[in-house]
Ligand binder design. Sequence first.
Ligand code: GH3
Ligand code: MG
Ligand code: MG
Length: 315
Amino acid sequence: MTKRASIASLIPASQDLYRKIVFEIADGIIGIDDHGIIRLCNPATESIFGWQPGELLDKPLEVLLPERVQGFHQKLVASFQSGNTDARYMGQRSATIVGCHKDGTEINLGITILRTAAAGAPMMVAVIRDISDNVRYQNDLKRLAETDTLSGLFNRRAFRANVLQSVSANIANYSSMVIFDLDGFKAVNDRFGHDAGDEVITSFSEVLRNSIRATDIAGRWGGEEFVLFLPNLKHTAAIAIVERIRANFTARDFKWEGFPSANFTVSAGLAVAPPGLADFSDMIASADKALYDAKRGGRDRLVSTEIQEQEALAS
Ligand code: GH3
Ligand code: MG
Ligand code: MG
């Protein structure tokens, strides 16, 4: 039996059956007339949005929407009303619909909208599911997958993905890549213990996070190596930021029981890419080479380099 035929066979018993389904189902079912006024509303809708039984009837749909999405929602409804599909599911991860609970909190909704009619008048019916828990869970997973646990910074993969995005958005500007490597870190572990080493890593991450702009991207490259991408900055400004980070880190006193207080240094390699020459791998390779020179030159210093057009072409 086709789906349509199987539904048709239920129609004779439909009134009570459909009433019961609408009444008992855990999904919200809500109908609005062509003025956006709520004309149908089941108990699940009231419970999802935190309203008392019967309270939502005859209210405008806007009472269920946060102010910031009301304009967008009106356009969505209008485009659906004038389109030629009768039903559409909206609730994909990329485009969840946001609703507003009576207490003002926002809820994520998976919604199927249907264009239909009741008593000869057009009606839009939505079947609504609260997917806030799923969305929260997905966001938590995404954050976990992107974050290095010890430092709280982006891990290598997420760092790369974010930099690629930033590079394509800032193609007409200078940008810089920095690699930091804590100096003599093996000795920190050997002398003060692994937990102390972890504390130094956390502390450097804190300095890094507190010293950058919202558009800068910081990550833990691995071990005691960190990366920083600075879009939209010329050479001297980038150098100033890196030197500030290095100074702030070295100014930190670490005190562990049984030892006099200690300070640490960090070396950095900076690669500046002129407009159009910001390629992720090139920048990392140049910054790494500069870092190597900083280590070889005696550590506790910054070496910077500017990516040349020939270099970029040769790679
Ligand atoms: P250099 O000045 O040349 O950079 O010397 P270094 O001792 O810092 O260099 P090296 O790369 O030999 O040492 C890095 C050390 O970092 C070795 C490793 O045990 C330690 N390390 C890597 N990841 C972690 C971590 O998550 N926690 C701690 N405590 N140590 C780590
Ligand atoms: Mg290292
Ligand atoms: Mg090191």
